[in-house]
Design a protein around this ligand. Sequence first.
Ligand code: SAH
Length: 446
Amino acid sequence: MNERDSEAVAAMLRARGYRIVDSEHDCDVLLLNTCSVRDAAEQKAIGKAGHVAARHRKNPDFVLGILGCMAQNRGAELLDKLPDVDLIVGTQKFHQVPDYLDNLRAAREAGVPIAETIVDIGEEAGSQNTIRDHLDTEEKQVTAFVSIQQGCNMDCHFCIVPKTRGDERSRPMEDIVAECRQLAAKGVKEITLLGQIVTSYGRRDYVHTGGVSPFVQLIEKVHEIDGIERIRFTSPHPRGFKDDLVEAYGRLPKLCEYVHLPMQSGSDRILKAMNRPYSSARYKEIVDALRAVRPDMYFSTDIIVGFPGEAEEDFEQTRALFEACNYDMAYIFKYSIRSGTVAADLGDQIPDEVKEHRNQVLLDILRKNSERRNASLLGTVEEVLVEGPDKTGQRFTGRTRGNRVCIFDAHPRLVGQLVPLRIDRVSVSSLYGELVLSGVGETVDA
Ligand code: SAH
C-alpha cells in the first residue's frame, strides 16, 4: 500500500513538471513515505531522515518531506527529533504534496529565510478517491496495484493502522473499474486490489446481490476487462471471507490461486485478546474450503508472535495451525508495542528472546514448506507473466499464478506476456527454468 501511495505521489509530481531521478543523491526534493506498524519501521525512518537532513547545509534548495503513517502518527512532534524537516504530510493528504512543494519553493524564492515546516495531518472526506494516478515508466508496466479503500474500522488490539489510516472508506466501484480499464489499455495484465480489509469493501455503499458481496461484485467487474489476465488482492479478513468469495475461486479463472489470509494467532484465547473476531477452527475451515475449490491453492499469512500473555501453549497452537495450513509464504512479526493501542497497556509483555525463538520456529517451518513446494514444481510447466529484467539485468523475472518468483532467459519483447516456463532448478525462494516457446510465437506480437 505504501508503494502504491508513493507511486501516486510521484505521478502527481511528474505531472507538475518534477523529474524522478534514479539516485537519492541527485535529488533536490526527497520524500520519505513511512510505516508505523512496528516501532522498528519508525526508528528506521527517523534514522534515515536525520541522516538526509544534513543535505540542507550543502543545498539551500533541498526539501525533505516525511509522508504517510509516521507523519500521521506523530505529526509536528517529529520536529523535536527532526527540526530540519520541511514537510510533514499524513495519509489522507498525499494529493496535496505538489501544492505544498510549490508553496515551499515560492516562500524560499520570496526570500523567507527559513520557510516554516508545513504540517498537514488532517482528515479529508473523499481522500480514498485521490490515490488513482499511475506513473508512466519507460519500461512497460505489466502489474499494477489499485487502491480500492482507505482506512480500517476494525479494532485489533495490537494495531496502529486505524489511527494512521483513519476510518474505512471505499472508492466507487465504477472509478476502480475505470482505473483498471486504463491500466489494461496500457498493457497491464495483472491487478492487485489493495485495502486494509478488502473483504469489507463497499459494505456501506452497495448491497449484496444474490448472496454476492460488493467485494466479489467488484472482482467480477474487473474480471470482465479484456486484457486483465490475473487478479489478486490484499488483505482480506477471515471474518469477511464468506462462501461467495470462496466460490468465486471456482468460477473466475483470472482470480489467481494465491490467497494472503492473515491468521495472527492459532490460539483462541490470544485471538480474543487481540480482538480478532474468529476462532482458529473457523480460520482452518476457510483454508480447507479454498483448497476444496482449488486444490492447487497457494497460501500466505501474517502472524504475530509474542503478543502480551502468549503462553507456551498458545504458541504451540499457533505452531500447529501454521503447520496444518501448509503456507507457501508468511510474514512473521514479533509483537511491537504501539502506544495508543489497547495491547500496549496489557501486562505480561513477552521477553524479546522468547519472541525471537518463536519467530525462528515458524521461519523454520516456512522454509521447509517453501522448499517442498518448489521441489514439487521441478519438471513442471508453469504459466509465468514476464515482468522485466531481473536484478542482474542479464536474465528476466516473472511470477507464476501462485506468486512464485521465476528467473529465466527471454527476449525483451516477451515482457508483459504470459508464457509457459519449464522449471528445471529451484531454490527456497525462486524457480529457474526455460521458456517453452513452441506454439507461443503466435501470441507474441513480433
Ligand atoms: N490490515 C492490513 C495490514 C495490517 S498491518 C492487513 O490485514 O494486512 C500488517 C501486519 O502487521 C498485520 O497483519 C500484523 O500481522 C502485523 N502487525 C500489526 N501491528 C503489529 C504490532 N503492533 N506488532 C507486530 N506486528 C504487527
